[in-house]
Design a protein around this ligand. Structure first.
Ligand SMILES: C[S@@+](CC[C@H](N)C(=O)[O-])C[C@H]1O[C@@H](n2cnc3c(N)ncnc32)[C@H](O)[C@@H]1O
Length: 234
């Protein structure tokens, strides 16, 4: 096979280059900086936070989409919900859900500080049940972000797709899952093997689904952006 178009432009991102990438984007403001610091203080799992360049991208996409309803699966300490809420108009809503409210106080403190707490609707419970409730409420979603339990991403996609408006965006976090999507069987634990296989399956489904235009960005641990085509484009 010949050289693929664009291959010569591929540049591995070293830590020094990533620092440069971060310095070249809008810096984190004091609220987001505090949220990251506080998450590192209260949780050993602060690695679960979306990285800062991704948070900035999510705010930007919310603005570009003129989104009114954003669905955020996996609240944790509230970083992704905050990033989306900042892109909304005052009437917009982020519906964010988590199976745990252990870190909700950290999240709410920072949402309030940023002045967006009235735009964020936190729902406690498993993502599947939240999605079923949203379907019953006939919710129309402009952006959906998958960042909860990876092994159920395929199920979540099937539940979200009918609610996603034409032109709406599905964002899938950890699309590369530390590279294990290439060979889930090499992952070091049952949990990571299951998650990697689920991500690999969803990545393949999205790439083959002609209802969507899909781009996987190799930023951080991989972020897929899939836009649901409008009827005229199908
Ligand atoms: C990667 S973290 C989310 C990070 C968050 N989006 C952020 O930007 O900081 C994943 C979260 O999903 C939650 N979670 C795990 N299984 C879940 C489920 N079945 N339903 C809802 N949330 C779940 C976990 O409690 C955890 O807080």
């Amino acid at each position: 096979m010949g050289r693929r178009f664009g291959e010569f432009k591929h540049l591995p991102i070293s830590p020094v280059l990533r620092e440069y990438v971060l310095r070249s984007g809008t810096p984190l403001d004091p609220v987001m900086t505090s949220l990251v610091d506080e998450t590192q203080r209260v949780s050993e799992l602060s690695i679960m936070l979306v990285p800062e360049e991704q948070a900035n991208l999510m705010t930007l996409l919310t603005k570009v989409q003129s989104a009114a309803i954003v669905l955020d699966l996996g609240t944790f300490t509230g970083c992704s919900a905050l990033a989306f809420a900042r892109g909304l108009s005052t009437t917009g809503r982020v519906i964010t859900c988590d199976i745990s409210d252990k870190h909700l106080d950290v999240a709410r403190h920072h949402w309030k500080w940023a002045g967006v707490d009235d735009r964020i609707d936190f729902r406690l419970g498993p993502a599947g049940a939240t999605l079923e409730a949203l379907a019953a409420e006939e919710t129309r979603i402009d952006i959906a972000f998958l960042d909860a339990d990876k092994e159920n991403y395929g199920v979540y996609f099937d539940l979200i797709e009918p609610m996603l408006r034409p032109g709406g965006l599905l964002l899938v976090d950890n699309a590369l899952f530390n590279g294990y999507v290439l060979a889930p069987e090499l992952a070091p634990s049952e949990l990571i093997r299951g998650a990697s296989a689920a991500l690999r399956d969803l990545n393949a489904r999205l790439a083959a689904d002609d209802r969507f235009e899909t781009v996987m960005l190799p930023m951080s641990d991989g972020l897929t952006i899939a836009r649901k085509k409008s009827r005229e484009q199908e």
